[in-house]
Design a protein around this ligand. Structure first.
Ligand code: AMP
Ligand code: MG
Length: 425
């Protein structure tokens, strides 16, 4: 477990007062460690969990050569020369192979077997002519030989997975496809890392919980609900500590409880420079915490560190800044803590339909809507109001346009990076 000072010493040009967005990722990846505790779950409980074992295929899938089509199976060597465009192959049908049953006989030269999709190809048969290609007469078929190559329409033993080969790796996220793959190997249970426990609370005396009566100068707590949604999407266990008043005793209780119960603590509010409240004081008192000014927009201030064994992410208060700092920094760090090897969110490139103003020297995350242009290519439009408190524009956007540190103004038609929300928020 490294101290913040030790991590800071490893990073070249680390300046907590003017940290680049890329530097935040570097720092956090050195701060957090995977929670190394396994549990075995059934396949139905495994969706979204992170695999804690390599899965070596105990069988080959498919377990035998089989037909990819309804048609007629034969030995493909008979397609060999001499062939002209008119040559047609005529074969005697000697039986029918159905899926799930093994046809017991032998098929010789000049013969074929009527076969259904998925049925085992008997020894010596390697090619299937689809039934729509053939003309059937009595108990024989004929078809133009030029339509096929030897081996066509055969699914080979082990072409999906070969026995003894790794099918999935430790650290893989179990997607719907991965659940199907496990089942195809006959596995109904799997070892996963235990769920990450994340405690969350909102700070600020102006913040009202749902159900409280509104009063002048107060706003309803929205961050607790966006963070709840973001953490739920990640599959974390959430410990909701509520809204914590700006009183040293209450803040101390909240931090101590969170540090005892959770692997990570997320707070919102109270970390900007001008803050008069006790949030920063208490973070400093209870933990090893750094206070950053990040060269980014929105979301400049952020506190990071450790309280007890738990990792602290002290996010800014502005609702959009909370979501952006979560997506840009907290999510990859939590993914690493979850044991996942895929920590970064993939970006795509889209053509920006209008000019964007951007100052070099900070990373900007602009809410945007990505769509297909009439020619099918991807285009993105920034949403009108980019204010860091304007949560409604986060609702209408489907991604964040990421304008990198060095980047300047964007001209209409320039390509930009976009982090899509789909599956993430
Ligand atoms: P702060 O970072 O504490 O200075 O807060 C910045 C802005 O975000 C202020 O306008 C706060 O009222 C607002 N804010 C802070 N916490 C929340 C919250 N949980 N829900 C909604 N708005 C908040
Ligand atoms: Mg505040």
């Amino acid at each position: 477990m490294k101290t913040l000072a030790a991590i800071a010493a490893e990073l070249e040009g680390y300046d907590p007062q003017a940290l680049r967005a890329s530097g935040v990722g570097d720092f956090l990846s050195r701060l957090v460690e995977p929670v190394a505790s396994r549990e075995t779950v059934t396949i139905f409980q495994a969706l979204g969990r992170v695999l804690a074992q390599d899965v070596i295929s105990p069988i080959s899938v498919p377990p035998h050569d089989n037909s990819a089509m309804d048609g007629y199976a034969f030995a493909g060597g008979q397609l060999a020369a001499p062939r002209t465009s008119e040559t047609s192959l005529r074969l005697q049908v000697v039986g029918t192979a159905l899926a799930g049953k093994v046809w017991p006989g032998r098929v010789g030269p000049g013969e074929c077997l009527k076969i259904m999709t998925g049925a085992v190809l008997p020894q010596g048969l390697d090619t299937v002519v689809p039934q729509e290609f053939v003309t059937a007469q009595d108990s024989a078929i004929s078809f133009p030989a030029r339509l096929l190559q030897p081996g066509d329409n055969r699914r080979k033993l082990g072409e999906d997975l070969m026995q003894g080969q790794p099918a999935l790796r430790q650290g893989d996220l179990l997607t719907p496809a991965a659940l199907g793959l496990l089942a195809s190997l006959g596995m109904g249970q799997v070892a996963v890392w235990r769920r990450l426990r994340v405690a969350y609370f909102s700070t600020g005396d102006e913040i009202l919980s749902l159900g409280e009566t509104s009063r002048e100068g107060a706003v309803f707590d929205s961050n607790r609900y966006t963070v709840f949604g973001l953490l739920s999407r990640l599959g974390c266990d959430i410990i909701d500590i509520g809204v914590v008043r700006d009183e040293p005793g209450r803040l101390e209780d909240a931090f101590r409880r969170a540090a005892l119960e959770a692997d990570a603590i997320i707070t919102s509010g109270g970390v900007s420079v001008g803050e008069a409240d006790y949030t920063k004081v208490m973070m400093k008192k209870l933990g090893d915490v750094a206070f950053w000014k990040i060269a980014m927009r929105p979301g400049r201030p952020m506190a990071v560190g450790r309280i007890g064994e738990a990792i602290l992410f002290g996010l800014p208060g502005n609702p959009v800044a909370v979501m952006v700092t979560f997506l840009a920094f907290v999510r990859p760090a939590l993914r690493k803590m979850m044991g996942s090897t895929a920590t970064s969110t993939p970006m795509l490139r889209a053509r920006c339909v209008e000019p964007l103003r951007k100052k070099p020297g900070r990373t900007e995350y602009q809410r945007g809507t990505v769509s297909n242009a009439p020619d099918g290519s991807l285009q993105v439009r920034a949403i009108g109001n980019q204010g860091s408190g304007v949560l409604s524009s986060m609702v209408h956007a489907n991604g964040l346009i990421v304008l990198h540190h060095e980047q300047g103004n964007v001209a209409a038609g320039d390509e930009v990076d976009v982090m899509m929300f789909d599956g993430v928020i």
